[in-house]
Design a protein around this ligand. Structure first.
Ligand code: HEC
Ligand code: HEC
Length: 278
């Protein structure tokens, strides 16, 4: 660490700017890596080989309940017309494949890769109809209005999920889960497909912009610090993008503090009048 202590005066300021720049580059790289990963999903039309791979995976893992051609059985509904978005929601939250055909299938750890989920989704959407999986831009909360989202949430979602988003019991032993872990794409596809007792919120009912506003409200409420007192059940994992963003921000703040500390070190040592920068 001797090289840091050796820096003085203008050199320390230059080093400070370099550090700041490095911080920005790190944040930008992290951000684009994260955004890019979700952004590439389904950018192009599904290939025949993905559909074939998806059909094979489906017959292995899903056909015992949904039927060999996804036509449905006495155990589970037909998935013809369910769409890629329904497969994405069900599989990315670990609900499907269900362990047993019960009333409500809970979230559980996901054992399929993102690619396998997309392949099964491609296969189901090749059977015709149903909503597609929204891309990163469609679920982006950049420019979304969380205040409008709050009103839309109270009007459309709070009666089941609770205004604190902690979830709640419904009739017949069903429940609406807490909304503390769902990703923006999962929230969007939940609205598009209406799993279980949840209604479908088509684009006619809630236009894409309204969906983004709701997502912005859910995500923001999750990360807002509590004003004090006991936890209101708002804490929980935040989205990866936010972690990267906050991490990057912390990095910058530490560097800013370091630069200021350096200046304070340096000033008294300089004879008055020789300072070249403010
Ligand atoms: C043990 C039986 C079982 C297995 C295995 C199973 N499912 Fe299901 N699935 C169900 C039942 C029951 C429902 C309806 C209840 C619900 O929606 O929670 C359902 C619902 C769904 C839905 C929602 C349909 C809609 O219209 O929104 C999708 C999509 C789905 N399953 C996909 C899959 C996929 C993909 C697999 C394989 C990876 C799979 N399931 C494996 C029993 C099963
Ligand atoms: C009538 C009650 C009801 C309403 C209204 C409702 N939901 Fe749901 N929601 C549910 C139920 C029940 C489930 C669980 C479905 C399952 O497990 O298959 C669910 C699941 C979800 C999930 C998945 C959570 C997770 O972590 O897996 C999200 C996200 C969600 N809802 C968002 C919304 C949003 C946003 C609205 C308003 C636009 C809304 N819901 C309105 C009942 C409701």
């Amino acid at each position: 660490m001797g090289w840091i202590n050796a820096r003085r005066g203008r050199r320390s300021a230059a080093a400070g700017y370099a550090a700041l720049l490095l911080g920005l580059v790190v944040v930008a790289t992290l951000y684009s890596a994260l955004a890019g990963r979700s952004g590439t999903a389904q950018a192009s039309a599904p290939s025949q080989s993905d559909i074939t791979a998806g059909k094979y995976l489906f017959q292995e893992n899903c056909s015992s309940c949904h039927g060999l051609e996804a036509q449905g059985t006495s155990q589970a509904p037909s998935l013809v017309g369910a769409g890629a978005a329904a497969v994405y929601f069900q599989m990315s939250t670990g609900r499907m494949p269900a362990k047993e055909a019960g009333a409500e299938v809970p979230r559980k750890p996901v054992t399929f890769t993102q690619q396998q989920i997309y392949q099964i989704a491609d296969y189901i959407s090749s059977l015709g109809g149903g909503p597609a999986i929204p891309d990163a831009q469609q679920v982006s909360i950049v420019g979304a209005d969380a205040a409008v989202g709050e009103q839309l949430f109270s009007a459309n979602c709070a009666q089941c999920h609770n205004s604190g988003m902690s979830g709640g019991a419904l009739t017949y032993g069903k429940y609406a889960p807490a909304l503390d872990v769902a990703t923006p794409t999962q929230i969007y596809t939940a609205m598009l497909t209406g799993p279980e007792a949840m209604p479908v919120f088509s684009d006619g009912t809630l236009p894409p912009q309204a969906k983004r506003d709701i997502i912005a409200y859910i995500v923001r409420t999750r990360t807002e610090p509590n004003p004090g007192g006991f936890s209101l059940g708002r804490t929980g994992p935040v989205t990866e993008g936010l972690v990267a963003w906050l991490g990057g921000l912390g990095f910058l703040i530490i560097f800013a503090m370091w630069i200021t500390a350096k200046r304070r070190d340096v000033r008294p040592a300089e004879p008055p009048g020789t300072e070249q920068h403010r």
